[in-house]
Design a protein around this ligand. Structure first.
Ligand SMILES: Cc1cc2nc3c(=O)[nH]c(=O)nc-3n(C[C@H](O)[C@H](O)[C@H](O)COP(=O)(O)OP(=O)(O)OC[C@H]3O[C@@H](n4cnc5c(N)ncnc54)[C@H](O)[C@@H]3O)c2cc1C
Ligand SMILES: NC(=O)C1=CN([C@@H]2O[C@H](COP(=O)(O)OP(=O)(O)OC[C@H]3O[C@@H](n4cnc5c(N)ncnc54)[C@H](OP(=O)(O)O)[C@@H]3O)[C@@H](O)[C@H]2O)C=CC1
Ligand SMILES: CC(C)=CCC[C@@H](C)[C@H]1CC[C@H]2C3=C(CC[C@]12C)[C@@]1(C)CC[C@H](O)C[C@@H]1CC3
Length: 518
């Protein structure tokens, strides 16, 4: 366990009050946040079920879009005095930070929360931007369908994933979340409603992903779905040498007929487990059923680590398990990857799991809302939450660099394809290029770690290796460095063309840089 308390003793600057707030945060979590999270889940599940069954949402959609248009027209007639952003409170979002611009910009209410239509003939689902991944998978699952890419934390919204980005272990086949989105409907800064796709307003369609709400307000999205099966047959392949692990990871990701799901967890610089998954309807004879979604089951990353240990003890090498599909999609939700071990250190204890496991995890938004300043400060000084996206050929080198600067484990590795489309993500050549998301969440142990200089060195490494940074996390790049990382050609020309766009929205950098996110 990589606990924050380690840092508390090493950084001698904290007060006793800070120490108590951090060490005993679990008291608040268990007594207040878990019951509140439960009530919220019951209410939203019930509400979503009723709305969808009554099929009232599609009829309401146009009226709700008109309400968005009206707010923009009011802003236009009021003299365009401030810039615009969505009214979604910053504590509800998945970014670790509070967005300061929400206080000074005009907040546009985009309360569009419904799944509108599942089209089984065309294998698409149309939904509104505040639909969450949990809500969507609950709707699709009984129909035998799933999104082609299911970013794994339940609370992630369609709007946030389109305007930012989304990645999952099927992304080496389907690409990022943006690549499975077929059509967007937006309200622009002149109050007009437009739709865009590859064939209709293609410039807008390609510039929307990664634009962070700086081109218009998203009001609906048509997303590709795929047939779903009951289980994931998951192979665990442990490795004790980085180069072997990286070679296998690359080989599997670039295979002509790859497994449907690929992921790796690194537990040290040299050891980790590559996981290869495929959807199946029956449990085979080569492995056992493992219902990792049951309330009493151990955190997934701990289970995976056990496979590595067994391998290191020469007990066994490759293992196969059958995991119910939704349990698989959820595998990192219960422990928020491995972040929850810092907040509820005994969360994986067997007694706790049997008594309270069904309540886990607390809602991220509630954790954010109730986070004391001292905890925020401590996370700032002694915690890393970053996802860096680098071409897969640089994987080994990148891990060594991350080890030198952060030394945070486990590390999440997820391959994904970037297609050679117009827009902010540019690749060197070919129709597509394979990347890897290197996810680092935890307390850095590297000697000399200092948040800003260390992160800046990583950012510069990523940029110089043709990579990108995920922008829900803190970015310390300057505007120039940021514009060198992301291609702004199409984006800039659209902002010049779209009426009032520059009056209404800042540049992307104006919404994601550290000065506007505290
Ligand atoms: C401040 C706030 C505002 C919110 N606003 C809205 C809102 O406007 N509209 C709204 O609908 N919700 C809203 N929510 C709901 C919230 O995001 C729910 O947590 C969300 O619906 C996720 O589902 P869940 O937590 O109920 O998932 P769980 O209870 O964990 O899961 C429900 C079921 O869905 C399945 N499931 C969940 N995720 C997946 C997945 N990725 N793949 C496959 N199966 C999966 C699970 O197996 C389970 O059976 C809000 C929450 C907060 C805290
Ligand atoms: N597995 C994964 O892929 C994971 C992804 N993430 C990241 O989390 C973020 C998503 O979190 P979430 O809480 O859902 O989103 P947020 O509310 O944080 O929104 C992210 C951005 O999208 C903009 N946006 C959202 N909805 C709309 C809309 N309807 N119209 C215009 N702009 C909109 C927001 O604008 P505004 O500021 O105006 O509100 C904001 O700039 C993404 O950035 C994603 O990359 C995080 C964890 C895992
Ligand atoms: C898979 C990808 C691409 C990213 C996963 C990111 C998550 C691990 C983080 C996204 C939001 C983060 C927050 C926290 C932990 C890490 C994330 C879930 C906290 C719960 C940590 C404790 C703080 O007090 C509140 C944080 C809210 C955001």
């Amino acid at each position: 366990m990589y606990k924050l308390s380690v840092t508390m003793t090493t950084l001698q600057t904290e007060s006793v009050a800070e120490y108590i707030l951090v060490e005993y945060r679990w008291v608040v979590v268990i007594l207040a946040l878990l019951p509140m999270s439960l009530l919220w889940k019951i209410w939203s599940t019930f509400r979503n079920y009723v709305v969808f069954k009554l099929n009232s949402a599609p009829k309401m959609h146009d009226r709700k879009v008109k309400q968005v248009q009206k707010q923009i027209k009011d802003w236009l007639s009021g003299g365009r005095k401030t810039k615009l952003c969505t009214a979604r409170p910053t504590w509800q979002t998945m970014s670790f930070r509070q967005s300061l611009y929400k206080k000074s910009f005009t907040n546009i209410k985009v309360n569009l929360v419904d799944v509108l239509e599942v089209d089984v003939d065309n294998m698409t689902v149309r939904c509104e931007p505040l639909v969450t991944m949990g809500q969507l998978s609950r709707t699709l699952e009984p129909l035998g369908l799933a999104l082609a890419v299911v970013p794994e934390l339940d609370q992630l919204t369609v709007g946030g994933l389109v305007m930012g980005t989304g990645v999952e272990t099927s992304s080496h086949v389907h690409g990022l979340f943006q690549h499975i989105c077929l059509r967007y409907e937006l309200v622009l800064a002149d109050g007009s409603v437009v739709t865009c796709s590859k064939d209709e307003n293609p410039d807008l369609y390609y510039a929307v992903p990664w634009s962070y709400g700086t081109l218009g307000f998203l009001t609906s999205v048509v997303i590709k779905v795929v047939p779903a099966k009951k289980y994931i047959r998951l192979e665990y392949h442990p490795y004790t040498k980085l180069s072997d692990l990286a070679d296998r990871f690359r080989k599997e990701s670039l295979d002509d007929k790859p497994h449907q799901f690929i992921e790796a967890l690194l537990y040290t610089k040299d050891s980790g487990v590559v996981m290869l998954g495929d959807m199946v309807d029956e449990i085979g004879t080569d492995g056992k059923l493992n219902e990792i979604g049951k309330w009493y089951s151990e955190w997934f990353f701990v289970q995976v680590q056990r496979h590595l240990k067994k391998h290191q003890e020469n007990v066994r090498k490759t293992v196969v398990e059958y995991i119910p599909l939704r349990d698989y999609y959820h595998r990192h939700t219960k422990s928020l990857f491995w972040e929850l071990q810092d907040i509820v250190p005994f969360g994986n204890n067997v007694l706790f799991r049997y008594l309270f496991g069904w309540l886990m995890p607390p809602e991220v938004s509630l954790l954010k809302l109730t986070q004391p300043q001292a905890v925020a400060d401590l996370y700032e000084r002694a915690h890393v939450i970053q996802d860096m996206l680098v071409p897969v050929q640089h994987l080994d080198k990148a891990i060594l660099k991350f080890h030198e600067e952060f030394e945070v484990y486990p590390i999440w590795l997820c391959p994904f394809k970037v297609f050679n489309n117009p827009g902010q993500l540019k690749i060197k050549s070919g129709d597509w290029q394979m990347f890897v998301d290197i996810g680092v969440y935890g307390v850095p142990k590297a000697k000399g770690f200092e948040t800003v200089p260390s992160t800046r060195r990583i950012e510069s490494f990523v940029s110089s290796h043709d990579g990108f940074q995920m922008l829900y996390a803190d970015t310390y790049t300057t505007r120039e460095e940021f514009r060198a990382m992301f291609d702004h050609t199409l984006y800039d020309s659209l902002r010049d063309q779209l009426p009032y766009c520059k009056d209404a929205f800042p540049e992307i950098y104006g919404k994601i840089n550290r000065n506007v996110r505290k």
